[in-house]
Design a protein around this ligand. Structure first.
Ligand code: ATP
Ligand code: MG
Length: 200
């Protein structure tokens, strides 16, 4: 071996030992409360990716869509092909500026939240996605304290993903993993409309 190659090997050996030691320290197993928030694109997409990953591990998954109405989305069609391994509930009435009816929005969110509570009690689920729950909380369509308390009291091995901009601080506090999607550039500002297969 040349001097350079040997130095590289020794350095990598040391790095591997450090990495192995760090991994060995992490021994806790638990259902995670995950929050995908921030102004950039990818919050829902990332949650859908986790549904796929969990399905690949043979577990059942569920998604409750708050706010969003009965849009025809690619993910809905794709997850249909998994049959009863996926529970999919689109229970919103559309965006608040579309419904223009607060009482109706509140009722839709309460209905969606009741479904979420029911699903959290289902022992066969590995992952539950609560899409746009942050929006329902931001507009006070649901009681923040009781939602956070119910999420904290979930089955210890259930993973839950909450998506939507402007996550409330008490939810962030309760979460194990919080990711803020930042917007560096979005095609929408250049006049490009929502693209099939990318946005919906
Ligand atoms: P996606 O569903 O594509 O992962 P998201 O969940 O991060 O997006 P939402 O807040 O749910 O974002 O908004 C949904 C729609 O808004 C998507 O069509 C997305 O492309 C669009 N969008 C997301 N971020 C931006 C942005 N920074 N500017 C303009 N439009 C955006
Ligand atoms: Mg979204």
């Amino acid at each position: 071996m040349t001097g350079d190659a040997e130095r590289h090997r020794a350095k990598m050996e040391k790095r591997k030992a450090a990495q192995d030691a760090e991994v060995a320290e992490k021994t806790i197993e638990k259902g995670l409360l995950i929050v995908n928030t921030g102004p950039g694109k990818g919050k829902t997409t990332a949650a859908l990716g986790l549904m796929l990953r969990m399905l690949g591990r043979g577990r059942r998954v569920a998604c409750v869509q708050f706010i969003k109405g009965g849009w025809d989305t690619g993910e809905k069609h794709a997850f249909e092909s998994f049959g009863d391994r996926v529970a999919w509930h689109t229970l919103g009435e559309g965006f608040t500026w579309e419904t223009q009816d607060r009482a109706r929005d509140v009722a839709a969110c309460e209905h969606a939240w009741a479904k979420a509570v029911e699903l959290m009690a289902d022992p066969s689920l590995g992952l539950l996605v609560l899409d746009e729950l942050n929006i329902a909380l931001r507009y006070d369509y649901l009681d923040l304290e009781s939602v956070v308390a119910a999420l904290r009291a979930r089955r210890p091995d259930l993973h839950v993903v909450v998506t939507g901009r402007n996550a409330k601080p008490p939810l962030i506090e309760a979460a194990d993993l919080v990711t803020e999607m930042g917007s560096v550039k979005h095609h929408f500002s250049a006049g490009v409309k929502a693209q099939e297969g990318i946005e919906f």
